[in-house]
Design a protein around this ligand. Structure first.
Ligand SMILES: [Zn+2]
Length: 103
């Protein structure tokens, strides 16, 4: 029996984020964006626009994050305990996931 890919794209998800280079991370992120119908995995908001104010009202200590963190508005969330990708999120949601939920 042929292995039927269940995802739209090149990757069988999830994948180990720590083993991907920058180009591959971008492709995986874009695959999640398509699978999620352009909605954020965390807040459910449209990834083409800013996250809702219930997210952006949360205070973030930006010293935890590299400079320019918000310059990439759509990011690939991964589970920091095992490295596996989880989905595409707003940059701000990624910061919330890390700071408040340690994900
Ligand atoms: Zn979001």
């Amino acid at each position: 029996m042929e292995n039927i890919p269940k995802n739209i794209g090149d990757y069988k998800l999830p994948v180990d984020y720590t083993k991907l280079n920058g180009k591959e991370r971008k492709k995986v992120r874009n695959q999640y964006v398509r699978l999620q119908y352009n909605k954020c995995m965390y807040c459910g908001g449209d990834l083409s626009i800013d996250p809702p104010t219930r997210i952006t009202d949360l205070l973030i200590d930006w010293s935890y994050f590299p400079p320019g963190f918000l310059n990439n508005p759509i990011q690939l969330q991964h589970d920091h305990s095992n490295g596996m990708t989880e989905g595409a999120v707003h940059a701000y949601c990624n910061a919330v996931l890390w700071q408040y939920l340690r994900r």
